[in-house]
Write a protein that binds this ligand. Structure first.
Ligand code: FES
Length: 128
């Protein structure tokens, strides 16, 4: 499944469920964040390293009030949007896991050919 780039406005975000097929036949499932920041689209595993929670677990939001940093809604740790590096003291220097995307002809897809987007969400509601 691909995501129309037009679905992501500046400082907007979507989440998506992905499946990664292993050579063994096992399928790993994960949830990712996708957002546009300063005109570029970024994606990370939706998994805060502090207490292993999705960044939007308490509120349907991933940005701080100024919309300049990612912010985990659980305890408020903040991250650089461009790198996923945590700026909060407890996890300082640790990084959200980036997910490589390909943007082509107005659509976003995962770079990893073994991985597939299986569901897309906005405000917790499935889009497709
Ligand atoms: S779980 Fe994210 S800041 Fe604590």
């Amino acid at each position: 499944m691909k995501i129309a780039s037009a679905l992501l406005a500046e400082n907007d975000f979507l989440t998506a469920d992905i499946e990664l097929k292993r050579r063994s036949g096992l399928i790993n499932k994960a949830n990712i964040l996708l957002f546009q920041f300063n005109g570029r689209v970024y994606a990370y595993l939706n998994h805060c390293m502090h207490m292993q929670r999705p960044l939007n677990c308490q509120q349907d939001a991933i940005f701080d009030r100024e919309r300049q940093r990612l912010r985990c809604s659980m305890h408020g740790f903040v991250f650089e949007p461009e790198t996923g590096v945590c700026l909060s003291p407890v996890c300082e220097g640790q990084q959200l896991q980036p997910i490589k995307l390909i943007e082509q002809d107005g659509f976003l897809s995962l770079h990893d050919k073994q991985a597939e987007i299986v569901a897309i969400y906005r405000c917790g509601k499935e889009l497709i």
